[in-house]
Ligand binder design. Structure first.
Ligand code: C2E
Ligand code: CA
Ligand code: CA
Ligand code: CA
Length: 278
């Protein structure tokens, strides 16, 4: 799967070996991106399907490359994972999000932020300590954050993932299983891990209007989550029909272009304020 992702990357060609100058230069560019302020934290709202309120937002990285323009994450995240650089990126996202929590507009109407963790993060025994000291520096409690983890990241090394996730959960972070239904998840792990939320993969949500099987998968996932006492979010909600069907199925929250595209943090805060007034 990692190979397939990499071959879709414009910035990186896996047919070169790891010592290639291409990889070195991308790594150099990524370092510069972090230090030189080229990364952007975008936010996409998650809304309640009960009353439509904005309950949280997912943080998604964007790279504003001086020559290439806006580079989408799928063009550098797989590479960042492979080199381990993604751990720096995760900390950068956390720091940006923690800074944002100090904004008066967030303070007056608290916001939960979801951050994506990578396989590398889960294998890092110091992750919870690193995140803990960063949040302490900004005076932000861990309970303000939800961590999104894919099934494949967990199944890469389930035992180490379990140790990390238990620690993070004890610290107060909420945990969400991202892209649910696409990985090789084991329901036994779902039962063991301190998970709070399932996020139904957008491929099923986008397909549910036209494909009866996708619709059945969405419905069963909602039931599974609720039977296990978990909250369930549908991502990739692109139209009103799907939004309504999800509400009928008692899905808890929705996220998708129909509600809003991911926005720069500033634009997100204006969007939220306007929506609250409407
Ligand atoms: P993801 O975590 O599954 O994030 C959801 C992706 O779906 C985002 O793509 C989002 O823009 C897109 N999306 C949201 N609503 C819709 C919709 O209605 N229709 C469609 N077609 N797409 C929708 P994005 O931002 O390009 O990110 C792609 C992936 O890159 C993410 O998938 C995640 O795996 C990774 N990623 C992004 N930011 C970060 C980050 O800060 N750290 C890590 N480790 N990974 C990240
Ligand atoms: Ca995610
Ligand atoms: Ca997802
Ligand atoms: Ca996905």
């Amino acid at each position: 799967a990692a190979k397939r992702k990499l071959s879709g990357a414009l910035l990186y060609d896996p047919s070169f070996d790891s010592a290639s100058s291409q990889m070195l230069s991308l790594l150099t560019e990524l370092r510069r991106a972090v230090e030189g302020n080229e990364l952007r934290l975008f936010l996409q709202p998650k809304v309640s399907l009960v009353d439509g309120t904005v309950v949280a937002a997912e943080a998604l990285v964007r790279w504003e490359h001086p020559q290439r323009g806006l580079v989408p994450p799928m063009q550098f995240i797989p590479f960042a994972e492979q080199t381990g650089f993604v751990r720096k990126l995760t900390l950068w996202m956390f720091e940006e999000a923690a800074r944002l929590m100090g904004d008066a507009r967030v303070q007056s109407h608290p916001l939960k932020i979801s951050i994506n963790l990578s396989t590398r993060d889960l294998l890092d025994p110091d992750l919870s300590v690193r995140l803990g000291s960063l949040l302490q520096r900004y005076g932000v409690p861990a309970t303000q954050f939800c961590l999104e983890i894919t099934e494949s990241a967990i199944m890469d090394d389930p035992q180490r993932a379990e140790t990390t996730l238990n620690r993070l959960s004890e610290q107060g972070f909420q945990l969400s299983i991202d892209d649910f239904g696409t990985g090789y998840s084991s329901l036994a792990y779902l039962k063991r891990l301190p998970v709070d939320e399932l996020k139904i993969d957008k491929s099923f949500v986008m397909g549910m209007e036209k494909d009866e099987d996708d619709a059945k998968i969405v419905r069963s996932t909602i039931d599974l989550a609720h039977n296990l006492g978990l909250s369930v979010v549908a991502e990739g909600v692109e139209n009103a029909v799907i939004l309504e069907r999800l509400a009928d199925l008692s899905c808890d929250e929705a996220q998708g272009y129909h509600i809003s595209r991911p926005l720069p943090a500033e634009a997100f805060l204006s969007w939220r304020a306007q929506r609250a007034e409407a």
